[in-house]
Design a protein around this ligand. Structure first.
Ligand code: AMP
Ligand code: ZN
Length: 459
């Protein structure tokens, strides 16, 4: 079945065909590991995971690279301010390496909790310093870069077209002095490839330009090319990356080898909180930890993210999460009911549902529509293991662990959730007496407790 993706590069939905007929090569801009990943950041990771899973559903092998930015991302995207890693290291009184390790670990824990597949290639900026230097040298050699007393800049006036990905208005940029802090820059919108380090700068490396460190965009161009080639199939990221980071990645790649690095550029929209921005000052920055601490299965957030298409904004509310928790429970219960059903269903009906689901996911990852088909199957009056099998197939894309038996009702009072947790721990420690004691207590409170091979069921 044909696959269509909306390509930011051409601003239209296009038929997708990979360069290699069997394997799709994807590059995703990964996290800057200087702080916890928010549920906003993770929305983008869920979208990228869906992309992988949909391509696999269509029979493709995947070679997916994701970088870890552990140097070079300045506080402002306009080559200003401190390196985000250094700022965090200073504030937390740790070394940049400790900061990077700490937040990288937490990031992967979040991905795991959301059942997000780990990309085949994970590459760190600081492991590719020499290759980045070679890349910059080649850009100078090709006439696309020049040195000033503070940095090596990319000369965007050398390109036949800039910008090409975004609606970036260069006149506006020129008017705002933001991009033009270095008087030696030839054009206000030239961007830093490599930055000469001040004397007391913490992260710096030897280079032909003295002790220095990379600009933010060069890492993705270097690692993308190294692992996926000069041109690969799909490049992804959050929508905010279009006008600077991705625009400049394209500039670098054109300067080095004359090619736009990816044929398709897919961008995920933002997550809003109660209709507005997520920000520290508003005290509404939520992490996966906050969702889990309230007793929700982390996959509730994954399912919640399907309520909006990845190119539309998604509005987070706790009411929405609560309602989705119930939906997840109903979907999983619905799967179990079909599994135990005895009705016969014609293959034609199964195929029709499969085809509807397949069409939805192949139409630019239309998850809201695909989830609608899932509900139609769950709600079928006839109960049949054939439907259960179909739901298992759908779940290779959904990733909501539909086969998992509902173990904890999300609207249980905190007191009950605490007891369930204590009983789980007692059972892990094989303290059967305590486990029974807690079960009795729960039953005396009016809750039914059943132990199944998939865990504890409390009703
Ligand atoms: P940051 O750590 O803020 O630089 O964000 C890392 C990446 O996560 C960004 O480049 C965005 O693509 C993505 N991102 C940040 N905030 C949100 C949000 N509220 N919703 C969706 N994606 C986001
Ligand atoms: Zn990137």
């Amino acid at each position: 079945m044909d696959i269509y993706f909306y390509n930011t590069l051409t601003r239209k939905k296009e038929l997708f065909k990979p360069i290699d007929s069997k394997e799709v090569k994807i590059y995703s801009c990964g996290p800057t590991v200087y702080k916890d990943a928010t549920i906003g950041n993770l929305r983008t990771n869920i979208f990228q995971d869906i992309l992988r899973r949909v391509l696999k559903y269509n029979g493709y092998n995947i070679k997916h690279a994701m970088n870890i930015t552990d140097v070079g991302h300045l506080v402002s995207d306009g080559d200003e301010g401190e390196d985000k890693m250094l700022k965090s290291a200073r504030e937390e009184k740790k070394s940049p390496m400790e900061i990077a390790e700490h937040y990288t670990k937490l990031f992967f824990k979040d991905l795991e909790s959301l059942n997000i597949e780990t990309p085949e290639i994970i590459c760190k900026a600081t492991d590719h310093i020499n290759e980045m230097i070679e890349y910059v040298k080649k850009l100078i050699e090709n006439g696309y870069a020049y040195e000033t007393s503070t940095a090596i800049y990319f000369d965007v006036s050398k390109l036949d077209k800039y910008p090409i990905l975004s609606n970036l208005n260069l006149e506006d940029q020129k008017a705002g002095a933001r991009v033009n802090i270095d008087e030696e820059k030839r054009n206000p919108y030239d961007f830093a490839l490599w930055i000469k380090a001040p004397e007391n700068h913490l992260m710096k490396w030897d280079s032909p330009w003295g002790k220095s460190y990379p600009g933010w965009h060069i890492e993705c161009s270097t690692m993308g090319q190294k692992y996926l080639g000069e041109q690969f199939d799909i490049h992804t990221g959050g929508i905010d990356l279009i006008p600077t980071h991705h625009e400049n990645e394209i500039a670098q790649s054109k300067g080095k080898c004359g090619k736009i690095p990816a044929r398709f550029w897919l961008h995920g929209e933002y997550l809003l909180i109660n209709g507005g921005k997520m920000s520290k000052s508003l005290g509404n920055v939520y992490l996966m930890k906050d969702i889990i601490e309230k007793g929700y299965d982390p996959l509730v957030y994954r399912l919640f993210s399907y309520s909006s298409h990845y190119r539309n904004k998604l509005n987070f509310t706790w009411e929405g999460i609560n309602a989705t928790a119930k939906s997840l429970e109903r979907l999983r219960n619905g799967y179990q009911t079909h599994l135990q059903g005895t009705d016969d269903v014609e293959d034609k009906i199964i195929n029709e549902f499969e085809s509807k689901f397949h069409q939805a996911i192949n139409d630019d990852l239309n998850m809201p529509l695909a989830v609608g088909v899932v509900w139609d199957v769950v709600r079928q009056e006839k109960k049949s293991p054939k439907f259960a099998k179909l739901l298992e197939k759908f779940d290779t894309v959904l990733g909501i662990k539909i086969q998992q038996k509902v173990s904890i009702k999300q609207d249980l009072p905190q007191e009950v959730l605490d007891l369930i947790e204590q009983r789980k721990q007692a059972r892990e420690q094989k303290d059967w007496a305590k486990s029974d004691e807690i079960r009795n207590l729960l039953e005396s409170m009016g809750y039914e407790v059943k132990d199944t091979k998939d865990g504890m069921e409390v009703k």
